[in-house]
Design a protein around this ligand. Structure first.
Ligand code: ATP
Ligand code: MG
Length: 395
């Protein structure tokens, strides 16, 4: 079905309205990301003015294309709110026509409403209160059972008088928030197939970080499907992160060496130290200045403060752990919201579940861990793992 051609998508800026002189650079990044998404959805014109982005469908756009652009817009960081709106001629007659044609049918069946008007164009003959009164009066005369309720209305009719027309919409949805991806540096996210690390990656992307991923596999102990699952997770997240690279590294030889030479209680900690050191090397190769993990304090043995200290000391880049203070339930809620949960719970093994110690150390001392680590050729094994890297470009 073809679009009603005066409908547009409006996106309202979030915290970037607080940015001073460099606000323009944030706008440029946001618009670039929306244009990239628009290319996938159809043909749209995108512009911005007064803390609002306007996405206009070009002639021939279908309802489905418009809807997919609308969804994509809601997953773009930098915006607090978004809505569908329709544009009408900037005159009192245009206002009346728009209310009758676009708003009244949407209010049918609602019990109450209120009008909120903004007049960015001061040359318009009516002031904001008069615009609301005009629109409200018309709605009351067109619909029998509806009443005005300024405190808790069923629907809010927004009327924005702008330079090029009157924009009408009913309410708006909460946007993705955050700041535009690409304005907060680059981070390498350690992506397992679990629930937590996709959420951690999402949270850092929300703060503007451009994400790159590293995943550790243990073929043949882990399967090709386990890697596919991680690729799927990274791909789901591209709605938020934009295009990404995923680097897959094999830990098989490292795990076999640990099993052959080290005390089982230290397996997980040593494995995590290998992960951090290799991640740091990849991060530096790809110009990332931070590592990101999905750890949450106390969730498992390797996430006690002592264990985190032991892992942290294997890398010198800052390690961001945005889930550190979240409960599992809060992490799951976000995973569901961003669409990664159902994939994360697919039952494929992860390298950490291969050779899991029966009694992992929960309060390790770095000294003892380093003594265990000295039983294998740490630098040599890291070097060899670097040769196993496979890169995937995802968009
Ligand atoms: P998740 O739900 O993200 O898998 P988890 O609660 O299972 O986390 P761990 O297995 O201890 O916790 O892993 C802690 C963090 O280490 C993960 O959140 C992830 O960032 C990283 N990590 C673990 N396994 C891998 C892996 N195979 N590849 C890449 N990163 C990993
Ligand atoms: Mg895990």
């Amino acid at each position: 079905m073809l679009m009603n051609n005066n409908e547009v998508i409006l996106l309202k800026y979030g915290e970037i309205v607080l940015k001073g002189a460099n606000r323009h650079s944030f706008e440029t990044v946001m618009i670039r990301e929306l244009r990239r998404k628009a290319e996938k959805c159809g043909s749209f014109d995108i512009s911005y003015n007064q803390s609002t982005v306007f996405i206009r469908p070009l002639p021939g756009t279908t309802e489905e294309q418009f809807n997919s652009m609308y969804e994509a817009a809601g997953r773009t960081f930098g915006f607090n709110a978004f809505c569908r709106a329709a544009v009408f001629e900037k005159s009192v007659e245009g206002l009346r026509h728009g209310i009758r044609e676009y708003i009244v049918p949407k209010l049918a069946g609602k019990g109450s409403f209120k009008c909120e008007s903004k007049r960015a164009d001061k040359s318009f003959p009516l002031g904001s209160p008069e615009i609301s009164a005009e629109a409200g009066g018309l709605i009351l005369s067109e619909l029998d059972r509806i009443r005005v309720d300024v405190h808790s209305p069923d629907a809010v009719v927004d009327i924005e008088v702008r330079g090029d027309g009157i924009y009408l919409h009913i309410g708006q949805e909460k946007g993705a928030g955050g700041i535009p991806v690409g304005t907060g540096g680059r981070g390498l996210s350690l992506l397992s197939g679990g629930i937590d690390s996709p959420v951690a990656s999402f949270m850092m992307a929300k703060r503007g970080m451009k994400i790159e991923y590293i995943h550790f596999d243990s073929f043949p102990y882990t399967s090709e499907q386990a890697l596919d699952k991680v690729v799927t997770l990274a791909r789901i997240l591209t709605d938020y992160t934009g295009p990404v690279f995923l680097h897959a590294v094999s830990l098989t030889e490292i795990q076999e060496s640990l099993r052959a030479s080290c005390n089982e209680e230290y397996f997980t900690l040593l494995l995590r130290r290998f992960m951090m050191t290799i991640s740091e090397r990849i991060a530096r190769n790809f110009h990332c200045s931070a590592l990101i993990t999905g750890e949450s304090l106390g969730q498992v043995a390797s996430q006690t403060l002592e264990a985190i200290n032991v892992t942290d000391s294997a890398a010198s880049l800052p390690v961001f752990r945005p889930c550190i203070g979240l409960d599992k339930e809060e992490i799951v809620r976000t995973a569901r919201k961003i669409g990664t949960f159902d994939t994360s719970i697919l039952p494929y093994e992860d390298c950490c579940t291969v050779f899991t110690p029966r009694h992992p150390k929960t309060r390790p001392s770095l000294e003892k861990v380093l003594a265990e680590q000295a039983k294998v050729d740490f630098p040599g094994l890291c070097e060899k793992a670097m040769v196993t890297v496979r890169d995937f470009g995802l968009k």
